[in-house]
Design a protein around this ligand. Structure first.
Ligand code: PLP
Length: 500
């Protein structure tokens, strides 16, 4: 299986090469030449296997230049009880007969990005071996909070790699920040960038595209790679849990043979929900993919109107990992929905860059609306949702999942659709303990110690504090840098020893 660029101007590449490169050389995103189809009986069969076995089967369909035992080795190094706090890896909690929550936060950093990022270093180092690449891999990451920590934790002390993470000084939670600045590992660097996530992300893009910097890096025996959700190696592992949830529901007779279900996905960069789209295209019976956004509702508007317009104010919300106005992975969706019309993709992406917006054609918009439904939730509605889920089910939602809860209620009201539905829960409520307590009616003052909130939330609800957050308070802070965007390059050069 080969991979092509969404912009059609890069040579086809093998999986190993796409995973190492991240972005295609023409600025597009890599997509597999064709999507594999699963027969219903194979999907049903998955229900008899462990999560790791499900992952090996599904990943192997696309990683055809890896041997099955190489895929299995990577999967077993990622999805095990050292890294995850439950054997199920992604437990499914049915809150009623027609609503389940898929908990994607049992990994080392307690956010869903662990599902892909625990796997990525193993895929990358294996890919480098295959390509005979002797260079040290330097991972550059811009993070809205969760990616950074998950990437640091998975790449730390992996031989042949270094990792540099930039996070926005404005907009990550105190606990997210503490998780990052206490990061251990000789090959890690964490830096705060003044501004919001888009500032950090565009700064990283500039570093990737700086020919002079690349040249000097090559000379020093290193090469850049990306762990951001534009990397195919990030997207692919996310397909697994959509199949897994469905197969388990079938096996437990929560759904009938052939029945379709909905998924509700709290969305930012459009990576998670895109994996749901892929699963659907591969034959998973998905009725609607419900895209939940916060006040940065550029995607909701896009689904309703066919116009993607980033010319709007940026809002800081209580669901910071969704505070994104440029959803990079949307480009892949457009590629598939236009049947691979790279020229049109190039036009739209140029318009986005130059004018700040683009409008898709009526036919493509029609296809978007057949598959997706979207709404958005304010912070206030999100808090109400957290409170609602807790009082009705004694079930805790983090604010991102709270957005999804609210949007799902609205979906039910507006459409009356009785289809059984799974909400993807993307972070542990303890990562946002202060907000969750506030939503439950506790008086938590601004500036109060977030670690006290962890304990309070646990006492009040009886839910245990997750493993990765327990000892955070006592860990020494190892990363202190804070720079404006213009100084990101300097920091990189210094860490990599590129300056005399
Ligand atoms: C990253 C993240 C999201 C958004 O996922 P995308 O793949 O970027 O759409 C939602 N919730 C949490 C907790 C996240 O960390």
């Amino acid at each position: 299986m080969l991979y092509v660029s969404t912009r059609g101007q890069a040579p086809p590449a093998k999986a190993a090469s796409t995973i190492l490169q991240g972005l295609a050389p023409d600025g597009g995103l890599y997509v597999p030449e064709e999507l594999r189809q699963l027969r219903y009986s194979s999907i049903e069969e998955l229900g008899h296997h462990s999560y790791s076995e499900q992952a090996v089967r599904l990943l192997s369909l696309y990683l055809t230049d890896f041997s099955p035992s190489e895929v299995a080795a990577a999967v077993l190094a990622a999805y095990n009880l050292l890294k995850f706090d439950t054997e199920e890896i992604v437990p499914l909690r049915m809150l009623s007969s027609d609503l389940g929550v898929l908990e994607l936060w049992h990994g080392p950093t307690h956010a869903f990005k662990d599902l892909a990022l625990t796997l990525l270093p193993h895929l990358m180092t294996k890919a480098a071996q295959k390509l005979g690449l002797e260079k040290e891999i330097v991972i550059l990451v811009a993070t809205s909070g969760d990616t950074g920590k998950a990437a640091l934790e998975s790449f730390r002390d992996v031989p042949g790699t270094r990792i540099i993470v930039f996070f926005p000084s404005e907009g990550v939670s105190e606990i997210q920040k503490r998780q990052m600045v206490t990061q251990e590992g000789e090959n890690t660097l964490v830096v705060a960038v003044e501004g919001n996530f888009d500032d950090a992300q565009s700064g990283v893009k500039k570093l990737f595209q700086d020919p002079e910097l690349r040249q000097r890096l090559e000379e020093a025996g290193m090469t850049f790679s990306s762990a951001n959700s534009i990397n195919w190696g990030r997207l692919l592992p996310q397909i697994v849990y959509y199949f897994s949830a469905y197969a388990r529901m079938l096996q437990k007779r929560i759904i009938r043979h052939g029945e379709s279900i909905n998924f509700v996905v709290p969305t930012g960069n459009f990576g998670n929900i895109l994996a749901g789209f892929l699963a659907r295209e591969m034959g998973l019976p998905v009725h609607k993919l419900i895209l939940a956004a916060n006040a940065n509702n550029v995607l909701t508007e896009f689904i309703d109107t066919g116009v993607y317009d980033r010319r709007r104010p940026f809002h800081r919300t209580i669901s910071p990992s969704m505070d994104i106005l440029i959803s990079n992975n949307l480009e892949r969706l457009l590629y598939w929905l236009t049947d691979g019309d790279a020229e049109r993709i190039r036009q739209w992406m140029r318009a986005l860059q130059e004018e700040g917006f683009y409008q898709i054609d009526a036919r493509t918009h029609q296809r978007v609306r057949e598959i997706f439904w979207s709404s958005w939730a304010s912070d206030e509605a999100t808090r109400a949702a957290i409170s609602d889920a807790y009082s009705r089910h004694r079930y805790l939602l983090d604010p991102h999942t709270g957005v999804a809860w609210e949007v799902y209620q609205r979906y039910r009201e507006k459409t009356g659709d009785p289809t059984k539905t799974v909400i993807l829960s993307t972070a542990s409520p303890f990562k946002f303990a202060g907000e969750v307590l506030r939503a439950l009616g506790e008086l938590v003052a601004e500036g109060q110690d977030e670690f006290a909130w962890l304990r309070l939330l646990s006492e009040r609800t009886g839910w245990p504090i997750p493993r990765g957050l327990q000892d955070l308070e006592s860990k020494p802070i190892r990363h202190h840098r804070r720079v404006p965007q213009e100084q990101m390059r300097e920091v990189v050069e210094e860490f990599l020893g590129l300056k005399p």
